[in-house]
Ligand binder design. Structure first.
Ligand code: GUN
Length: 297
């Protein structure tokens, strides 16, 4: 392996430690940031994510409010819950875990969240603010990728970035963030022609397609920075399963300059950024400056 390992787990620990200090300082002023997470149904992967989010929210001193609703919950009941959370001053952030059961209109549900509490950055107002380069609550996984990239590369200006994947959760917002950092951005997807040659032009390659180990060494420009957003469970051959990304780590790490592992790369950054967004939303709700908070602590 020649590539530098971008250790998201260690980076996220540092971010969480800073957030913990800021939360302690807020608590001295009688304010406790609160995050409400709503899970509808019994999707196993979503249950794990929601449990982890709750544990880490509490670990940094924030309040965690978990709402687990049955799969057959009506849209009216879910919207009514969001209305109550919008009106609850102890709740600064609201996250509705996706995917939702198919009878629920996810766009309507997300757009019912108060944009000031939309710590996922999925509300159409936050999407529009990000798209026009204005201050917004930014989706957590893309924000985590950007933090890793800035930490490793410094300025991203002028670099060629290829984002493989066009989801609303990762691909599209990450492309906007990279554009706002003056990258030359290409979004590739399942219909892209000659994906390997497009990827070989990338100084920064982001894989966010959900296709296990799609990206192999022949997709990589030597020295490129590779961020793997994929989390795929594949058979391990012994009746068990193992976790792999969208990048074939073994071959790509021989060519890339830097690479995130799976697990331990982007995943931990997502939760750290969720906590950071909740802190931001709380500070805005109380008209406080976040920077004053961290310098005071
Ligand atoms: N499902 C997969 N990723 C996410 C995420 O970042 N936020 C929410 N709400 N649901 C998800």
């Amino acid at each position: 392996m020649t590539a530098k390992l971008l250790d998201g787990k260690a980076f996220a620990k540092g971010v969480s430690a800073e957030i913990t200090k800021s939360v302690a300082s807020l608590k001295q002023q009688g304010i406790t940031p609160g995050l409400a997470v709503v899970l509808v149904g019994e999707d196993a992967a979503s249950e794990v994510y929601v449990r982890n989010k709750g544990l880490q929210t509490k670990a940094c001193g924030m309040n965690s409010f978990e709402h687990k609703l049955p799969a057959q919950t009506s849209e009216a009941d879910l919207l009514a819950l969001i209305g109550r959370l919008n009106a609850d001053a102890s709740v600064h952030g609201i996250l509705v875990q996706l995917p939702l059961p198919s009878h629920l209109n996810a766009d309507l549900v997300i757009n019912t969240i108060d944009p000031a509490k939309d710590v996922d950055g999925f509300h159409i107002s936050n999407v529009g603010l990000l798209g026009t380069g204005q201050r917004a609550l930014v989706p957590c996984t893309p924000l985590g990728c950007l933090m890793l990239l800035r930490d490793h590369l410094g300025s991203l200006a002028g670099l060629n970035a290829v984002v493989v994947g066009r989801s609303n959760i990762v691909g599209k917002p990450l492309a906007q963030l990279l554009l706002n950092d003056s990258c030359t951005v290409t979004i590739a997807h399942s219909r892209t022609r000659d994906l390997p040659s497009i990827c070989r032009g990338a100084d920064i390659l982001i894989a966010a397609v959900g296709r296990p180990e799609l990206i192999t060494a022949d997709y990589i420009k030597p020295g490129a920075t590779v961020i793997d957003v994929g989390i795929n469970r594949v058979p391990a051959g012994d009746g068990k399963t193992r976790l792999v990304g969208d990048v074939d780590f073994a071959s790509v790490s021989k060519v890339a300059g830097a690479i995130t592992p799976v697990p331990g790369g982007v995943g931990p950054m997502t939760i750290a950024c969720l906590l950071a967004n909740t802190l931001t939303a709380c500070c805005h709700a109380h008209n406080l400056s976040e920077s004053a908070l961290s310098s005071a602590s």
